[in-house]
Write a protein that binds this ligand. Sequence first.
Ligand code: ACM
Length: 546
Amino acid sequence: MDVADLIPAPVAVRESPEGSVRLDAAATVHAAPGTEGTARWLRGVLGAAFGLPLDPAARAEEATVRLRLDESLAAEAYRLDIGPGDGDSRGVVLLTGGSPAGVFWGAQTLRQLLGAQAFRNAPPAEAEAVLPYQRVEDAPRFGWRGMMLDVARHFMPKDDVLRYLDLLAAHKLNVFHFHLTDDQGWRIEIKRHPRLTEVGSWRPRSKWGHRASELWNDTPHGGFYTQDDIREIVAYAHARHITVVPEIDIPGHSQAAIAAYPELGNTDVVDTSALGVWDTWGINPNILAPTDRVLRFYEEVFEEVLALFPSQFVHIGGDEAPKDQWKQSPTAQARIKELGLADEDELQSWFIRHFDSWLAGRGRRLIGWDEILEGGLAPGAAVSSWRGYAGGIAAAKSGHDVVMCPEQQVYLDHRQHGGPDEPMPIGYVRTLEDVYRFEPVPPELSAEEARHVLGTQANVWTEVMENRRRVDYQVFPRLAAFAEVAWSALPAPAERDFAAFASRMTEHYARLDALGVDYRPPAGPRPEQRRPGVIGRPIEGSPPNV
Ligand code: ACM
């Protein structure tokens, strides 16, 4: 393998022609204080792939692989020196990070340098772990390099979530935005309100394909994570320097919660006791009632959420909340009057601001979809800009932090090719190259304003992804291009060398094969990846939303 086959591309690689370090049964690892977690990870992953003990060394000077910190480097930066060392015939791998996270990202590079075998769980008869002498210097462009996974539309079992955390780590992504609740399912155990999962995590059937499809999947669907599952997921992510940002949607996208507790809905407008968990897709009219009782209920939910997720940011959704029920509801109208608000949009803003200050009072920061900008936001709140760049630009210009995730560029549920064989093809055609040319910082922002762009994330909505293989198909290979956008200091979109990236992808496909990822092959879907006869296209003239 050529060192240039690293993905995401590092800042600089200097190769030295004269030799290599071989990791064999005598190779040892020394971890300076703070780097023990990465040493454990290396021993687990490379130990399994190559059948090596990679025993701990008592002293750094005796070790083949030496992990250490150097605070003069940026926190997530690392330097990887592979060379002869001080006359040791085996040579030395010196991995230095600006923080434990930097060391961990350097270990991801080390794994890639060892070839596709390093991504397997057991060695073939003869596995050679050889590292050519070189020096890699690297640091990320953005501090927020994320992927959002919707486990509400289709539940993803815990082990598959853990696998996704491994896949994010392998691409140096560090935020897992966990979309846990929606109209079609509530996926997190809340002890104070058990019906959220007893009732809200199951639906009797699902729409098969786009919402306009005539087809149904009549298998009941559901599942949820217990609080022990969540603790495991958060700890597993933490060990990989990934922050899990939970999302609990308010006031829209709430039909599963209302189905579980009908009093959460606008009972003076609709018979919420007759609502089930939603079985189709699109924008749902059932939103939460703006009552004190509902606020208390969700505070109780968030209390349990905060106890489980140490993340500074907590996502409250805030998108796609139709106001028709509030317009008709005497209770909502009385609330608007009592609060002296102009209209239902201001009522939504009041709802969001309530949780904004509630979270701020507990040392956390609210983040929501860009609709939360309408009506004003408290300082400290941040925005996920999904309806294009405009929300993000407005947020940054008014001093709010932003995560750029415009649906036109980085919604990975959207089809990746215009051909007729794409499985349930929804949304825009966004190819691997389109994602590679995505630029998170729009030119409308000054350098000062651009500092509010915390970073970027790719969003994976799962209406048409009923299991892990379908998620893999939509996510890969595009997540590899996205990771390079988020990590590497790429030139302006038109100047990016996609051909060189595509060439590096040849080696990366071998890594993904070794990992068992069901990516979309460059030549198009394999037979079992096609879904003939299932409508997936948006209706003419409608938004791509499924
Ligand atoms: C969204 O896609 N509705 C955030």
